[in-house]
Each structure stands twice: as structure tokens, then as C-alpha cells.
Design a protein around this ligand. Structure first.
Ligand SMILES: *Cc1c(COP(=O)(O)O)cnc(C)c1O
Length: 706
């Protein structure tokens, strides 16, 4: 039984349904154009959501496309390309072609795939989304599991006083590239998760991400009581018990769902500690099949990959022992364990009474562990040395695989065309080959600059349009409209800062010395402007205070209209930002930024990084491709030292370089930095390089253990 139908779709265009129902369209501009060309206005109104658009488009428009030879030519070509992509056989380098059995199951609490599917809070989600898109491109037999959050992440609205409000938004589940999974009776598949009284049931949804199926669980169904229904309502609830229940659903429920679907997986990849209870299900299966706990744990270890993502304490869940007892008392016997040995699995050796630590637990039971940059792995080995007291710190078995971004998703289509012209039309297929990128030097400065300038105008236009709508719809005060970016000017050197407003990211760092900043903003000949965007976690008041400070600066006339804060940051606006600003600013408190990925997205599009030496930039910076500061830890006021470094680099290096233009108006020196930035970062910080490393270091080895 097929639930989704586009009743108005003519026979000749039925392939549009195939394309709309697979997120492949989202990283193929030609596929997006197919929808856009049907009706630009409807495309815009649907906010680039083909599913929603096809549901609403009148038959007349579709019929006229079905009779338009130009349209049909493109349609046939995209459909053929899509089918070819889907038909290619799966591979696992040098391994068993029987892909249904030897699959990798990837578990993550969030996925950032597209703005029409708001199941993410930030970088962790985009990393997961980019990972599975790349696995699809590389034809890895991978299946992904996560949550369907009916309320998504918070929708942000800034009050007149600059305080962030969180608006509830309910997702229209039927108007997105997502579908229900049906059982043989034609009803939505519902799976029972054991462990609680009353039992929790999850309904199963599916997003098709190229060749990779992503199954999402939803507890908001009638058979569940209200408390259970709320489990998957939104990402990262503040309530500890509900959070434990979320993680039980993710790990244990997720395993049950795969079982119910008949999907066997031999390798488990845990993206962060949230889904780590999946380990228990694997052990339980083996114990039930007659193995001892030790044998089972050995086998599970040999086939599990665990990626840890943050040194920030709040990123590592710790559950009180009494709560663990409440939910698992009937479970540990099935593992062949008793009360103490079970709880020991999650004990942090240095904080034995703190509770059950999900990271300690995952590290103990995963044979392949990694941090997400070289620097982060060093920090992680230090953090968890106590789990391997017999080893020297540098031998602690936590490797690193530096994050990367999915290039087809983050390359701007106009830049893509420019690269087609100078790197060859096949560059995208071979984009992790560093040699290919040397041809960037062949792009004339003028062409690169004009493309970039066009993208900057597009960004500023989009910002002004948002402010205009806010003004027209909500009749907010003029200063709020100004703060939203109405006075931005494309000819001015533009810095971008957009990400979650977690305190360690220090969004307000550049406001340390207000007078010095104002001199830079308001310089008569060489001013700068800064665009901010991002959400604070709904219960993070310190983060909201930082946001308020930034917002109030944006409203302050003495900043000259050169600071903007754009509300409700998400994937759509992230695209505009990383394509359109001149410099990407990144100044977290080291060593908290495990990797960071937004700077990689910017770099791919020729937007250089002004960043503290932390995360990926420790590997990325080469002296010519951007700017770096804060190399060594200094005593005293770290914020002040770092802010001063930013002002100095701006004053002495960035501003003179940017405003040094030829008579034709081309900043040749700047174009040189842009080229170096693309050339040195694009291949290295791609998810293709990253997933290939996961294959070589982990997946191929773990698969052999079966
Ligand atoms: C890439 C991305 C992030 C991650 O940003 P970092 O702080 O650099 O890790 C967060 N949010 C969105 C919407 C993104 O696209």
C-alpha cells in the first residue's frame, strides 16, 4: 500500500514522484531545477520542498510541463541519472558482495539532511547527515537509525529585549520526503520496545537518502500513554529520566526496528554515546544464542565503531544508578550479568559514584573508537586515560578520523559551474583527489571574485527579505528590523558567525573591546560588518545571555548598522551564509571545539577561515589559506588575549588585503587567499576522504570479524 500520492501528476511525469521521495534530489542541482522549473513561485513558497510542492501544484501546470519538449528532455536526463545512481551495486572494499547481510548499522540521535526535515540541533546532526549521504555515494551497504521528532528542534524568535523565545512547531510529516513504513497488513509498522511497564511502542518512518535507508522512530502514537508519547517529541529534553528513556528507545528500540525489518547488520557504528544501549541488544542476542557474556562482549567489541564528538562535559550523558536499576533490573540477567557488573560497565573510574556514563560504557564495549580531529583525539585520550591505566596516554586506543563535509551538498551551484569550467566537468566525481584542486589556480581572479560577489549579494538580499517580512507581518519595532540586517552593504568586508550559541563558542568574543570594534565597523573607507545567526539550547540561559548581548549590539546605532543578527538559523540559511560571507569567524574556547565543520563548508566555497587553533583548523591552516590565532594557552584573561588577536589580524592583515583592489575593482591578493583556501581544504575536509578513512581503519576490519 502506498500512502503518498500526487494526484495531479500526469503519466509522463510519474518519475517526479520517484525523485521527490528520495533525498538524492537535495544534492543534485539538476534535480532541484526540475521542480523549480515547474513553477518558481510554488518552489519558493514550499521552501524548496518537492513533496509539498507536488501535492499542491495545480494539474494545469503539470500538464503543461508534460507537453513541453525542453522540460521533458531535462526530466528524462535527470531520471536516467537517478536510476543509474540507484542501480549501481553496493560495495565494501575488498569484501563480501552479499550486501544485505554484511551491512553497517549507523545509529545517531540527530540527522541534518535538509531544512524540510528539522531533526538536528547542530554540527553532530550534519556530520551524521553528511556521513550517510557519502556512504550512499560510495555505495556502502549502510542502514541508518534515528528519531522522528514531531516538534523538531526549537523555532527561534527574538523578543524586543533580545531574549530568545522558543516557539513550538509541529512538522507536517506528510509534506516532506519522508514516508511511513508499512507492515504486511498495510498498516504503519509499530514495534514494541521491552523494558518498561507499560511498554513503549514506536512507529517507524523512513527517509531514503540515495541508496541509504534511514529509519526513524516516533513514539507519538495513540497506544502510548502521554509520558511515552512525549519521548521523541523533541531533541535533547532537559529531564534526565525522559532522556534515559529516549536513549533506551534509540539504542534498544532501534535494534528492535532493524530486527522487525529483517535487516541484519554485522557492524555497529555509534555516532556519539546517545545510542550506546544498542550494544546491550547485540550482547543479549549472542548470550541467548549460547555464548557467555565474555565471549559475547568480545565479539561485540570486535564489530563496533564508536565516534565521540566533544570534550564538553554536558555532551556526555550520565544517568543516576537508581534510574538505571529501575529500567534495567530485568535486563541484566539476560546479558549474563549481575547488578554490580552491569552498572560497572558505565562507571567512570575517576568518578565511580557519579552514575552510568554513556561514553565510558561505549568506549569499553567498542573495539574501534575515534575522536573527530587529531587534536580532539589527543584530548579524548587524556580524558579517558583512566579506562586504560596500564597504557601510556598516547597508547590509549582512541584513534582520530577528522570530520569532513559532503561536497555535493555544500558546494554552491554557481561555484560548481565555475569549477566545472576550470577543474573539468568530472571534478565532483573525483573531488577527494588533492591533485585535481591545483587547477584552481587557472580560475581568473575576476571570475572567482564576481561569482563570490554575486553570492554575497544573494545572501544580503535573503537577509533583507526576511527583515522585510518580519516588518510587514509582525509590525515589530524598527530597531528589530534594523538588527535583522537591513543596513548590510555587499561592498563591505563581511564576517560570518553562525552556529549553535553554546557558551564555549564565545559568539560575543569580538565585543570584548567595544571601542576598538566600533573603529573597525565604522571606518570611513574600510569598514567591516558582521552577520550572526544561531540558536541557544532552550534551557541554556547563559547561552541565551550571550545571544542577547549580540542582538543588542546589532540594535545599537553606535555599531553603525554593521552588525546583524538573523533569526532562526537552520540548514537553509547556513547555505547562504557559508557561500556568501567573506570571512568565516570561529573563536571557541580551546580545546572545546572537537572539530567544527561550518568552516569547512565556507572554505569549499572560497570563504577563508579566521579561527582559533582548535579542532580541524589545527590540521587545516597552512599559513596562506586563512588566519589563525591562539596557538598556545596563555595565563591571564584568555578572552581578552584572543579578542586582541582577532582585532590585530583584522587590522593588519585581513582589512588591508581585502580592500587592496586593482583599478578594475578586483582584489587580487584576496583572490589568492580564496584560491589557496579552496585548494588546500576541499579534498582533505570532504566526507569522501572521511568515509574512506572509516572504511580503511574500521569498517573493513570489523566486517571481517563476522
Ligand atoms: C555545519 C552546521 C553546523 C556546525 O557548525 P560548527 O559550529 O562549525 O560545528 C551547525 N548548524 C548548521 C545549520 C550547520 O549547517
Amino acid at each position: 500500500m502506498k500512502e503518498k500520492i500526487f494526484p495531479n501528476l500526469p503519466e509522463r511525469l510519474t518519475g517526479l514522484e520517484e525523485i521527490a521521495e528520495n533525498l538524492w534530489w537535495s544534492w543534485h542541482p539538476a534535480a532541484r531545477m526540475l521542480f523549480k522549473k515547474l513553477d518558481r513561485r510554488a518552489w519558493k513558497e514550499s521552501v524548496h520542498n518537492p513533496d509539498k510542492m507536488l501535492r499542491e501544484l495545480p494539474a494545469a501546470i503539470l500538464n503543461s510541463a508534460a507537453n513541453n519538449p525542453d522540460y521533458l528532455r531535462e526530466y528524462d536526463s535527470v531520471l536516467a541519472q537517478f536510476r543509474k545512481y540507484m542501480e549501481a551495486a553496493c560495495c565494501l572494499v575488498g569484501n563480501n558482495p552479499d550486501s544485505n547481510i554484511h551491512a553497517i548499522a549507523y545509529f545517531s540521535a540527530e540527522y541534518g539532511l535538509h531544512h524540510s526535515l528539522p531533526f538536528y540541533a547542530g554540527g553532530l546532526g550534519f556530520l551524521a547527515g553528511d556521513h550517510i549521504k557519502e556512504c550512499s555515494d560510495l555505495r556502502l551497504p549502510l542502514v541508518a537509525v534515528g528519531f522522528m521528532y514531531p516538534e523538531g528542534y526549537v523555532k527561534q524568535r527574538i523578543r524586543e529585549d533580545g531574549w530568545q523565545e522558543n516557539l513550538d512547531q509541529i512538522i507536517d510529516r506528510d509534506a516532506a520526503s519522508i514516508s511511513r513504513v508499512f507492515n504486511e497488513l498495510g498498516e504503519q509498522l509499530v514495534v514494541k520496545v521491552p523494558l518498561t511497564e507499560p511498554s513503549i511502542y514506536v512507529a517507524v518512518w523512513k527517509i531514503t537518502v540515495g541508496r541509504v535507508p534511514l529509519y526513524l522512530m516516533d513514539t507519538d502514537i495513540e497506544v502510548n500513554d502521554p509520558w511515552n508519547r512525549g519521548i521523541t517529541a523533541r531533541l535533547y529534553t532537559g529531564d534526565v529520566e525522559q532522556r534515559l528513556r529516549q536513549e533506551i528507545i534509540l539504542g534498544i528500540g532501534g535494534s528492535e526496528v532493524l530486527e522487525a525489518l529483517g535487516i541484519k547488520h554485522s557492524v555497529l557504528h555509534l555516532n556519539e554515546g546517545h545510542p550506546a544501549f544498542a550494544l546491550l541488544e547485540r550482547i543479549r542476542d549472542l548470550v541467548q544464542a549460547g555464548k557467555s557474556y565474555e565471549e559475547a562482549a568480545h565479539k561485540v567489541r570486535a564489530t563496533t565503531v564508536f565516534t565521540t564528538h566533544t570534550p564538553v562535559t554536558a555532551g556526555h550523558d550520565v544517568f543516576p544508578f537508581p534510574l538505571m536499576e529501575k529500567y534495567f533490573y530485568s535486563y541484566w540477567p539476560a546479558l549474563g550479568l549481575d547488578h554490580d557488573s552491569f552498572l560497572q560497565l558505565g562507571v567512570h573510574p575517576k568518578k565511580p559514584n557519579a552514575g552510568f556514563n554513556m561514553t565510558a560504557f561505549a568506549l569499553r564495549l567498542s573495539g574501534y573508537c575515534n575522536g573527530v580531529s587529531k587534536r580532539h583525539a589527543e584530548i579524548t585520550r587524556r580524558m579517558w586515560h583512566s579506562l586504560w591505566p596500564e597504557l601510556p596516554e598516547d597508547k590509549v586506543p582512541i584513534d582520530y578520523i577528522t570530520n569532513g563535509i559532503h561536497v555535493p551538498t555544500w558546494i554552491e551551484p554557481k561555484m560548481e559551474l565555475l569549477f566545472n569550467k576550470y577543474l573539468g566537468p568530472k571534478w565532483l566525481e573525483d573531488h577527494d583527489n588533492p591533485v585535481l584542486w591545483n587547477s584552481i589556480d587557472n580560475i581568473p581572479d575576476e571570475e572567482l571574485w564576481k561569482t563570490h560577489y554575486w553570492l554575497k549579494m544573494k545572501l544580503i538580499d535573503a537577509i533583507r527579505e526576511r527583515s522585510r517580512q518580519r516588518w510587514a507581518k509582525n509590525s515589530v519595532s524598527p530597531s528589530i528590523v534594523m538588527a535583522g540586517g537591513t543596513l548590510l552593504d555587499p561592498s563591505i568586508l563581511t564576517l560570518g558567525f553562525a552556529r549553535r550559541f553554546a557558551t564555549y563558542k564565545r559568539a560575543d568574543l569580538i565585543f570584548q573591546d567595544l571601542e576598538r570594534l566600533k573603529r573597525l565597523l565604522n571606518d570611513r573607507w574600510r569598514p567591516i560588518q558582521i552577520i550572526f545567526a544561531g540558536k541557544a539550547h532552550p534551557v541554556d540561559d547563559p547561552g541565551k545571555r550571550i545571544l542577547q548581548r549580540v542582538f543588542n549590539a546589532a540594535r545599537d546605532p553606535s555599531m553603525g548598522g554593521h552588525i546583524a543578527f538573523v533569526e532562526d538559523f537552520g540548514e537553509l540559511f547556513a547555505q547562504y551564509m557559508v557561500h556568501g560571507v567573506d570571512v568565516w569567524l570561529n573563536n571557541p574556547l580551546p580545546p572545546m571545539e572537537a572539530s567544527g565543520t561550518s568552516g569547512m563548508k565556507a572554505a569549499l566555497n572560497g570563504v577563508p577561515h579566521l579561527s582559533i587553533m582548535d579542532g580541524w583548523w589545527v590540521e587545516g591552516f597552512n599559513g596562506k589559506n586563512g588566519w589563525a590565532f591562539g596557538r598556545e594557552e596563555k595565563n591571564g584573561n584568555r578572552d581578552q588575549t584572543d579578542a586582541e588577536a582577532i582585532y590585530r589580524i583584522l587590522e593588519e592583515e585581513i582589512i588591508p588585503c581585502y580592500y587592496n583592489v586593482s583599478d578594475e575593482g578586483i582584489p587580487h591578493k584576496w583572490a589568492e587567499v580564496m584560491k589557496e583556501c579552496i585548494k588546500s581544504n576541499a579534498a582533505r575536509f570532504s566526507s569522501r576522504r572521511m568515509v574512506k578513512e572509516y572504511m580503511e581503519k574500521f569498517y573493513t576490519k570489523a566486517v571481517k570479524e563476522i
